[in-house]
Structure formats: structure tokens, C-alpha cells
Write a new protein. Structure first.
Length: 259
């Protein structure tokens, strides 16, 4: 069975619908007529490379999907995709390593779009002490690790709150990117979440995580940082998750674990 690739107009219409923008609203922002935008979406007019990039920018299309849009229109991709260990990202890798080590003795990790761990500092391993080694063998996915009943889930005291946050985060990312990999992961981990824990936005500025640990309970706060003005698909999809102690006992336990 063969599938027909989406046209650039279909992709644009999909992104405009996903972002809940009307043709008139988007056309005014970009500086073209609503008629021309309509013709582009239906394939009656061929958009220039510049117009496609302008539309993608106003629709906040992720870099990976901008490349897909350009390819569908017959243009070469604009944004490169490097591996994090490539020479072109030496400086970025160095900065990430510096940020992670500078956050010690508290845990910090770098994640890709799907939640796979690509870098950690020394404080992450003690946090996972006592887990089956299979859960710490790459690739480690934070959604599976946190929500699977054989992973961290039995240790998380506020599991309903934490799972609701993770599901909301993954659901929102799936909607923002349209990435089929995320949709598949979301369907999988929904089956791990405790009953009665629907996706929901956290009411806290920083999210609490209460974790049972062999050394005693750890009370942490979690924050997520994203790159701004990324020029590379890989960088555009990276995020840094950091944890800080919520009380003096947790601070002491984390400090002792890394010393």
C-alpha cells in the first residue's frame, strides 16, 4: 500500500489549523492577501521559499517540520540536523557539560524531543540507585522511566500529580509538533499512568517531586529550560531538566551522594 506525501499547501493548512489561526489573521501578519494564502493552501499558487519560511515562522513550526515543508515544496532544507557529538556542536556540547556540572550536587539532564536522555551530570545516577539496571541502560526515556510500574513510579509519592504533569507535557508537545513518535509514546505511557490521573497543567511555578529513596525521602523541584533562537534541528529539540532540593534534608542527601 502506497501513501501520498502531503503537499505544501496541505501541510500549511494543517499547521494553521493546529495553531487555531484563520487565513485572514495569518495573511495579515505575513503581509499577503487572504486570497493568495488560500491559493497556496489549495495548490493553485506556488509559494516562494521566503513566503513558506515566513508562514512557518508565524505559525511557530518547529525546525524539523519546516524542513519537511520546504522539501514538500521542492526546496532544499534550510536547517541542518547534527548529532550532539558532531564537531559542529563542540561549543554547544561544552556549554551543556558546563551547565550540568555547575548544577551539581543536584541532578540535571539534557533530553531530546521524545524525552530520551542524551546527557546527565553525576547527580542523576545516585537519584536512580536501586533500580533494575535495565532502566538505566541507554536509551533512557524519562516518560517510561517515571510512569512504568517497574520503573520509578512505585517510588513517587505524588505519582498522580507527577504523572498528570508528564502526560500534559507530552500531550502538549505532541500537539505543538505533530510528531508521530510522540503520539505513539503518549499512547503507550497513558497506559502506565494511575487511574484518575488525567493530563493536567501544574498549578505550581516549579513542579514538586516527592521520591522515596534508599537514603531517605527526596523532596525536589523540577524546571525545564529550552534553547532560544536555535539554528540546528537537534538544538531546537533539546531541553534541560534540572532538579533542586525543596528542603534541607534533601539538600544534605544529594550533596553526600555526589561528594
Amino acid at each position: 500500500m502506497t501513501t501520498t506525501a502531503a503537499s505544501p499547501g496541505e501541510l500549511l493548512r494543517g499547521w494553521r489549523t493546529r495553531r487555531r489561526r484563520s487565513q485572514m489573521d495569518l495573511a495579515l501578519d505575513v503581509g499577503v492577501s487572504t486570497r493568495h494564502l488560500s491559493f497556496v493552501e489549495t495548490g493553485r499558487s506556488r509559494a516562494s521559499r521566503e513566503l513558506l519560511l515566513d508562514l512557518a515562522d508565524h505559525l511557530e513550526v518547529p525546525l524539523r517540520e519546516r524542513n519537511t515543508l520546504l522539501l514538500a515544496a521542492g526546496f532544499a532544507p534550510t536547517y541542518r540536523e547534527s548529532t550532539l557529538d558532531s564537531a559542529g556542536l563542540d561549543a554547544v556540547r561544552g556549554v551543556l557539560g558546563h551547565l550540568l556540572s555547575g548544577h551539581e550536587p543536584f541532578p540535571a539532564l539534557v533530553l531530546d524531543r521524545t524525552g530520551d536522555v542524551v546527557m546527565t551530570n553525576r547527580a542523576v545516577a545516585p537519584l536512580l540507585a536501586g533500580l533494575d539496571p535495565a532502566w538505566t541502560t541507554p536509551p533512557v526515556n524519562v516518560y517510561r522511566l517515571s510512569l512504568h510500574p517497574d520503573g520509578l513510579a512505585p517510588r513517587i509519592r505524588n505519582l498522580e500529580q507527577w504523572s498528570g504533569h508528564l502526560l500534559h507535557r507530552l500531550e502538549r508537545l505532541t500537539d505543538l509538533t505533530g510528531d508521530a513518535r510522540l503520539a505513539s509514546l503518549l499512547a503507550e505511557v497513558r497506559g502506565y499512568a494511575p487511574p484518575g490521573a488525567p493530563p493536567r497543567r501544574s498549578e505550581h511555578v516549579v513542579l514538586p517531586l516527592h521520591l522515596d529513596h534508599p537514603d531517605g525521602e527526596l523532596n525536589l523541584y523540577s524546571t525545564i529550560t529550552h534553547f532560544g533562537a536555535a539554528w540546528d534541528v537537534t538544538l531546537d529539540e533539546l531541553s534541560i531538566e534540572t532538579f533542586v532540593p525543596a528542603d534541607a534534608a534533601t539538600r544534605e542527601r544529594l550533596t553526600r551522594a555526589v561528594s
